[in-house]
Design a protein around this ligand. Structure first.
Ligand code: 6PG
Length: 248
């Protein structure tokens, strides 16, 4: 992985705080240059602390929420009231605690619809937001990503069909190991972002982080290794336990 931009923090609280500072800085740049800040959020447990901080007293007032638009990098194919819903988690810890965030700036995946319909509806929402049916691929200012112990990112799981999708922006993706559909951005969109920020913490991720981030040419074994921004910046924020097996 060329020019790796890896930052290692003592624990996930320090990691979340650094990520919040990064989000504020990116929002300032985006809003100053383009009048808007578009973010695709990741689900799972790792980013929860970051989302809480962004809605907390230290950072909430540092972002112009009227110009900030939240999308979802992926979603589970469940209704928003289910515990597995990424929207539900993020709504509970962040959206409901930011009074200045207009509801229309939250672009929820209609994951209660049949997976193919949910994906098509969301792709259209992305096209409408970036205001063109003909753009090659949308350019998000920031895409937050996590990584599973199997090296999946967003809902691009090893061996799943969506990993090879190179035309559509957002797709339904059947995940064998889960026995369920997921809904996810595709690599052409992820790699078109201005900034991609991986947040990975915990000793259970050390082995896959070591394989993905250690130096030297490596075969592509994991979807996370396919994250390689065309023109944008790729950053990895790790806690010490997750980074313990990275070799130079
Ligand atoms: C999801 C995520 C997924 C997540 C990884 C890591 O919907 O679950 O988008 O890609 O980032 O599975 O999850 P944890 O942060 O819970 O380890």
């Amino acid at each position: 992985m060329s020019d790796k931009n890896i930052k290692i923090f003592n624990d996930d609280n320090e990691l979340a705080d650094a990520a919040a500072k990064e989000v504020v800085a990116l929002s300032d740049e985006a809003i100053e240059s383009r009048g808007i800040f578009s973010v695709a959020l990741s689900g799972g447990s790792t980013p929860k602390q970051l989302y809480k901080m962004l809605a907390g007293n230290r950072y909430r007032r540092q972002i112009d929420w009227s110009k900030t638009h939240f999308f979802f990098g992926d979603e589970r194919a469940v209704s928003p009231d289910r515990e597995a819903s990424n929207f539900r988690m993020i709504d509970e810890v962040m959206f409901t605690n930011i009074a200045d965030l207009p509801k229309e700036n939250i672009h929820r995946v209609q994951a209660e619809q049949p997976p193919a319909d949910a994906a098509a509806l969301y792709e259209q929402e992305i096209k409408d937001f970036f205001r063109s049916e003909t753009i090659e691929f949308p350019i998000f200012d920031l895409i937050l990503l996590g990584m599973g112990t199997d090296g999946h990112t967003a809902s691009l799981f090893p061996g799943s069909e969506a990993v090879n999708e190179n035309l559509r922006f957002f797709v339904e993706n059947y995940v064998e190991k889960l026995g369920a559909y997921r809904l996810t951005l595709t690599f052409p969109v992820i790699n078109n972002a201005r900034t991609i920020l991986f947040l990975v913490s915990g000793a259970d991720k050390a082995a896959v982080v070591g394989e993905v981030l250690s130096s030297g040419e490596r075969e592509i074994k994991y979807p996370a290794q396919m994250v390689n921004p065309t023109d944008g910046k790729l950053m990895w924020f790790l806690d010490k336990p997750a980074s313990s097996l990275i070799s130079d």
